[in-house]
Design a protein. Sequence first.
Length: 203
Amino acid sequence: MDQASAKKPYRKMLEDRLNGMSDQERASSSRVLCEKILGWPIFAGCQTVISFYPMKLEPAILPLLQGCIGAKTVALVRTPETGGGMLDLHVWSGSTDELEKHPRMPLYQIRPDCPRLPLDGLDSQDLASMLVLVPGLGFTRRGQRIGHGKGWYDRFLARWPRMIRAAIAFESQLVEELPTESWDETMDYVISERSVIACPARK
C-alpha cells in the first residue's frame, strides 16, 4: 500500500473522533486551548498571526484572533481557486462582514477585497516573527500532520519555511504515528487543550 492510500483509514479515524465530540465538549476544549495559546510566550512575542478560519468541528479560535487585533496583525488564509494553487493572505479587522461562505467547503473565508498581506521582499527576520496557526485532521507529537488532502498548507509552508508553524488541535487529534509523504511539512509546535508540545527541529 502506498502512503497516499495508507492515509485514508487515518483520515476516517480522525474524522470519527472529531464527529464524536459533543458541541459542549468542543466549546469547552476550545476555550481552554485559546487560553493556552494566549499564555504561550511565542504567541505573545509574534508580530503577525496567520490563521485559518475554523470549520465547525475544528477548535473555535476566532475569539482569540479578534482579541489580539490591534496589538498584532491578523491575517486569514483564503484558499486558491484551483486545486494546486497557493494560499492567499488577507488582513482581517475582526469584522464578520469581511467573511464569505466558501463555494466548495463547509466554512467561511476572508473576502478577496480585504487588504493583502504581502510576503515577497520581507527579510528572514520579519518572516521569523510571523506565526502560522495550522489546522489539520491529525498530528503526532513529533510534528507530523495529516490534512484533508488538498496540499494547500504543505505548499504554503514549504514556500515560507522561516515562519513559526504551530498546529492547533484537540487532544483527540493527536496520534502516535502517521503515514507521511515526501512533500508533507512538519510543525514546530503542536498545541492542544492539554499541552504545548515543542516538536523536533526541522531540517
